[in-house]
Design a protein around this ligand. Structure first.
Ligand code: PMP
Length: 444
């Protein structure tokens, strides 16, 4: 009996080793990490350069409390990150994970409003479905009912607009009219709530776990930027999953002309080596806060030198190996191959993604877009079939978590064409078995 209680369902094999894109359990079985853990391990497992940087830092110091010391590692990582951000986003605040980064972004936005005489602004609009973290503040902007429902009495729930799922609404995502249609829902919500009460809009540039690699329709991102600017509302880009090269550019939002006011990052920054996150803000937001005594916020482990040394080595690896470019090229190939699988298996109703953040969605009927019955638990069954074959993929219920199934295929950014072949072979074999089982269950 384990004393851990992460999951309600069964125990997992015990991890022994991991190298590059592969992992081995204690029985010697090999797995291809087709989801980079939870879209985390961007530079692959056991990268020697990162490990060396960590060893060096460990021999010097592993902790220096931020109110007692500055550290070289955190200074260097902050400088490196600021250099990778859009112009003007040069104030960096370190945390230990994605939810902490989101909380920090929300609170910085609010403290900026208070510091600049805009006390009426506190509402943060977000999208449904979306995922922004599990702490109560991050949960309040999360649009994903299975995770939010038990906790709603304990938090200030925030206004939501629909995520732009053109594929479900039968709209053409390449048509600018579609992008404007969804973006204008933000403006409508701002007007209903009262523009003077709205503080910020938080968005995943390419949707992650909750929507399954949802790429915004043409024109959407530019329009939301314009709407936020016009109403004096801050644009918070949740790059926890999309950041650090995952979509083929350093930030997911770098694909569009939609400069954020605040960026939050985590997963690919620590890349599985250390718990690390960052909130990076426009200097104009931070200056009035510092002038009035500082940010009323901070976590004990913030700027931990070991975490920062690892993060710096991760960013250097992304640069040295040109992993953004590799993610773009490999991602295009992967997407084309997933589309090929959609031709072969009618249960796949949609394929989408950008860079190495890709997904496919199961549907019971492609024309009506009807999901498979929730009782089939299709997404978990597919993940289990692939896992048995040594291929790790990540799944979630989509459509606000109540029904619909998508599978995220997001290998480390170091993959080559051979790895993509291997992933497709594993998916193909798993889909063949899955289709047989699901069709039998649907007939029964
Ligand atoms: N935002 C996004 C977009 C995420 O994908 C996640 C994690 N899946 C989070 C925030 C929360 O990150 P963490 O689990 O590290 O707290």
């Amino acid at each position: 009996m384990s004393n851990l209680f992460y999951q309600a369902h069964g125990r997992k094999p015990v991890l022994d080793q991991a190298r590059g894109v592969y992992m081995w359990d204690q029985d010697g079985k090999r797995y291809l990490d087709g989801s980079s853990g939870a879209m985390v391990c961007n530079v692959g497992h056991s990268n020697e350069t990162v490990l060396t940087a960590m060893r060096r830092q460990m021999e010097k110091s592993t902790f220096g409390y931020r109110l007692h010391f500055e550290t070289e590692a955190s200074e260097q990582l902050a400088t490196k990150l600021a250099g990778l951000m859009p112009e003007g986003l040069n104030k960096v605040f370190f945390v230990s994970g994605g939810s902490e980064a989101v909380e920090s972004g929300l609170k910085l936005a609010r403290q900026y409003a208070v510091a600049t005489g805009q006390d009426t602004r506190w509402k943060v609009i977000s999208r449904r479905p979306s995922y922004h973290g599990c702490s109560l503040g991050a949960l309040a902007v999360t649009g994903y009912s299975p995770l939010t429902a038990p906790f709603t009495p304990m938090m200030q729930e925030m206004p939501k607009i629909p995520a732009p799922r053109a594929y479900l609404d039968g709209l053409d995502a390449d048509d600018t009219a579609t992008g404007l249609y969804y973006a204008d829902m933000l403006e409508a919500k701002i007007l209903v709530e009262g523009p003077e009460s709205v503080l910020a809009f938080i968005v995943e540039p390419v949707g992650g776990a909750s929507t399954g690699a949802l790429v915004p329709p043409r024109g959407y991102m530019e329009r939301i930027r314009e709407i936020c600017t016009r109403h004096g509302i801050l644009l918070i880009m949740d790059e926890v999953m999309t950041g650090a090269g995952r979509t083929g550019k350093f930030l997911g939002s770098d694909h569009w002309q939609a400069r954020p006011d605040i960026v939050v990052m985590s997963k690919g920054l620590g890349a599985g080596y250390v718990p690390l996150g960052a909130m990076i803000a426009d200097e104009r937001l931070v200056t009035p806060i510092l002038d009035q005594g500082g940010f009323a916020h901070g976590f004990t482990y913030a700027g931990n030198p070991l975490a920062c040394a690892a993060g710096l080595a991760v960013l250097n690896e992304i640069e040295m190996q040109d992993l953004c470019a590799n993610a773009a090229v490999m991602g295009n190939g992967l997407l084309a191959r997933l589309n090929g699988l959609m031709q072969k298996y009618e249960l796949i109703g949609d394929v989408r993604g950008k860079g190495l953040l890709t997904a496919f969605e199961f549907m019971g009927d492609r024309d009506s877009k009807a999901p498979l019955p929730a009782s089939l638990n299709a997404h978990q069954r597919f993940v289990d079939l692939a896992y048995a074959r040594g291929l790790i993929v990540y799944s979630r219920r989509t459509r606000d978590g109540t029904h619909g199934d998508h599978i995220l295929v997001c290998p480390p950014l170091i993959v080559n064409a051979g790895h993509i072949d291997e992933i497709i072979e594993g998916l193909d074999a798993s889909l063949a078995q899955f289709s047989q089982e699901i069709h039998a269950d649907l007939k029964a």
